[in-house]
Design a protein. Sequence first.
Length: 191
Amino acid sequence: MIAPEFRFQSGRGMAIPATEGFITPLGTVPLDLDALQQISTLPGVSVSDPAHAQEHSLEVQLPFLQKILPDFKLVPLVLGQVSDHQVEQVIEMLWHQQDTLFLLSSDLSHYLDYDRARECDQATCNAIEQLSPQTIHYEQACGRSAIAGMLLSAKKHDLQVKTLDLRNSGDTAGPKDRVVGYGCWTFTGKD
């Protein structure tokens, strides 16, 4: 799991937690301590519990994972200011571990009007589908570095991208003058 970017302490690098598990109303999700130890050796990775305390994307995703995956371990990361290649390094280090699922969480555009948000988010969607991280700008996704790092690894491993959904808060829950964009994509190996 790689969470969206969040400014913690110095605002730079990637934060892993010091805890051994994350607790939800559905129980405790154990952390993969071996994997965390591995990635802690990479430049820019540090321990920061406060970074995780302020990040809500994981608490939203974990109950869904607990319902569909009977038994799993978690490698939670919160990103500050990092390069695309630093994120790619983490992904590559964990790539060949058996049954690894990468789940990245990020909003897309923020507080544009409905039509401008649709245009901006469609450009982000196109870049993701084309595995083109260099064309995604920071105002297009708060988790831009996480997405870009995944796109670099996806290109390296010759993955295909499928868009499952693309919409914004104006489509579902609010006014259309200031919306937040969302999308969902899957990455799979070529048949």
